[in-house]
Design a binder for this molecule. Structure first.
Ligand SMILES: [Ca+2]
Ligand SMILES: [Ca+2]
Length: 218
């Protein structure tokens, strides 16, 4: 009798008589559930990677563009600094021409250096123009394999002075001097240019800028 009571108590403690297989099915995952979970996880990982990759690409491009814009700003600043003191065509000549097959414009002017007997004195002529980039020929082909085609340099030349590089990797044909005349004299010049660069992913980045220069010496 005591043995029967002990067995009954043991059955009560063991709980309802569920089979081992049924219990395992309630607590575990089926193969299909695991596969769906892996698929969802894979989609999430790919999505996060794509978003991060795009974000990094935008950052790299942004940094490169910022650097190029700074180079544009410096080049325009140097051109404007002397051009502002340039001759309007009355006391000394000012002339414009083209350089390169894409029509980069050049300007040749004299800079006012002071006054003598109430008349301005002028420097020897200064030319701002473009020349081929390193290893480039003006032929529509990327000769130096840097992805930019016929990129050019902006240079300042003056007799008796060493040539000065104002900007590198200029986009061909982007240097422009748009002038406003008053009574036949050059009164105002807008300088436009575009500089190129390559980001770390090999993409060409461009930045453009312009400056409006009022000639002081009429
Ligand atoms: Ca090139
Ligand atoms: Ca070329």
């Amino acid at each position: 009798m005591t043995q029967i009571r002990r067995e009954a108590a043991a059955r009560r403690e063991a709980g309802p008589a569920l089979g081992g297989r049924r219990k395992a099915r309630v607590e575990g995952f089926t193969l299909i559930e695991i596969m769906i979970s892996i698929a969802v996880l894979a989609i999430l990982v790919v999505g996060i990677y794509t978003a991060l990759s795009a974000s990094q690409s935008l950052y790299v491009t942004g940094v490169t563009r910022q650097e190029i814009q700074e180079r544009v700003r410096r080049a325009l600043e140097q051109i404007a600094l002397e051009l502002r003191q340039g001759s309007s065509g009355l006391g000394a000549g000012i002339s414009f021409a083209t350089a390169g097959s894409a029509g980069d414009e050049t300007v040749t002017f004299c800079m006012c250096t002071g006054f003598a007997a109430s008349f301005p004195t002028w420097s020897s002529p200064i030319t701002i123009s473009t020349i081929n980039g390193d290893g480039e020929a003006d032929n529509g082909v990327d000769d130096n394999n840097n992805r930019m085609v016929d990129e050019r340099k902006v240079v300042r030349t003056q007799t008796g002075r060493p040539d000065k590089l104002l900007a590198d990797n200029l986009k061909e044909g982007s240097l422009r001097f748009t002038r406003t005349l008053t009574m036949g004299l050059v009164d105002r010049i807008q300088v436009d240019l575009t500089i190129q660069g390559i980001d770390s992913q090999g993409k060409i980045i461009e930045a453009s800028g312009n400056v409006v220069v009022d000639l002081r010496n009429q």
